[in-house]
Design a binder for this molecule. Structure first.
Ligand code: MN
Length: 338
């Protein structure tokens, strides 16, 4: 069933690419603060353009490359990136967006401008947009999977570095096929594996960490408060805005903990991350609720996050909404060490 869809989509994409002039400037935009899946997908789509149409598209992102793993990925796999602040989107004839959709809060796609190609696996953002080619597959575990299947169907040779990027994108978004994965994810995961660079993948997955990292870990652990299966921690001032996300994953592994909120300040913004191992809670919706009127948020059912301008009042409001959602009170929480 899914193979039929892919073949149909492949034909549709081929027809579209054949209408593009090699002189056209193309921008491949990721969502803000791109994760490995967005980076892998963008890198793969760039290859599709260069191989099929002879166009060297620019990969453009907004925000930051946060996690140490993601920084290593970009560096070691030599993913050519441009920051949105260094380009003018009006200079591009065509805009593409991967791992997000125009109109969603988590990307910088210019409002009202039509897209050439949009490939995503997140729930629709509810806003209408114009697009020549849309591949939106919510039952697929990663956008890298979809892009990798195009490269395979187009018979485009994939370098070791690109294979590693796509593989790492699939691996991180599906937790190594342990969650949210489809047959297509499995297929491409195993198809790419013999082509990856194992040493580089290892250096991406376990990068050297600066001492500041351990300082943030200390803050998070010492501030951690637990009530029943809920844990809340404050990483305070962080060296990297992705620390709350990293610490949220870390705390979710604690025995008995099923819901985690970690927040921390980076410059003048408070970043927070939500994680759960439970079914039936829609964390993306909760994150949006927590920032209503004060910030931006988004995410999946089991992982979500957001940002608000840092102020005591904003932090209080965000926390109050979290407590209210789970019908708990701050006084019920106790330090991890107690
Ligand atoms: Mn993704």
């Amino acid at each position: 069933m899914y193979n039929e869809t892919i073949m149909k989509k492949t034909d549709e994409l081929k027809q579209l690419l054949d209408t593009i002039s090699p002189k056209d400037k193309i921008c491949i935009l990721t969502h803000n603060n791109p994760d490995p899946d967005a980076l892998g997908a963008a890198f793969g789509l760039q290859k599709l353009f260069s191989h099929h149409s002879g166009i060297n598209g620019d990969i453009v992102f907004n925000g930051i490359i946060g996690r140490m793993n993601n920084k290593q990925m970009v560096k070691l796999l030599e993913i050519p990136l441009r920051h949105l602040s260094a380009v003018n989107l009006d200079d591009y004839r065509h805009l593409c967006l991967v791992d997000s959709q125009p109109g969603m809060q988590n990307n910088s796609f210019p409002a009202g401008r039509p897209a050439l190609i949009v490939v995503d696996h997140h729930p629709a953002g509810g806003k209408e947009f114009q697009c020549k080619f849309l591949d939106h597959r919510m039952n697929t575990g990663s956008t890298s999977t979809i892009i990798a299947s195009y490269l395979r169907n187009f018979d485009i040779p994939v370098s070791q570095k690109l294979a590693t990027a796509l593989f790492y994108g699939i691996k991180t978004d599906t937790d190594g096929l342990a969650r949210d994965s489809s047959n297509l994810d499995r297929e491409l995961f195993f198809n790419l594996y013999p082509q990856i660079h194992p040493e580089l993948l290892n250096q991406i997955e376990t990068p050297d960490l600066p001492r500041k990292y351990y300082h943030d870990v200390g803050d998070a652990v010492l501030s951690g408060q637990v009530y029943e299966h809920i844990l809340i921690a404050d990483t305070d001032e962080t060296f990297n805005p992705d620390m709350p996300a990293e610490m949220a994953d870390f705390f979710l592994r604690m025995e008995g903990i099923e819901i985690v909120l970690v927040y921390g300040r980076y410059k003048n913004t408070l970043h927070f991350s939500l994680r759960t191992s439970m079914n039936g809670i829609r964390l993306g919706g909760l994150a949006i609720l927590m920032v209503e009127g004060i910030g931006t948020a988004g995410g999946h059912t089991r992982a979500a996050g957001g940002q608000i301008p840092f102020s005591a009042a904003n932090v209080r409001m965000m926390l109050e909404r979290f407590y209210h959602f789970f019908a708990v009170e701050p006084g019920q929480f106790h330090p991890i060490y107690s």
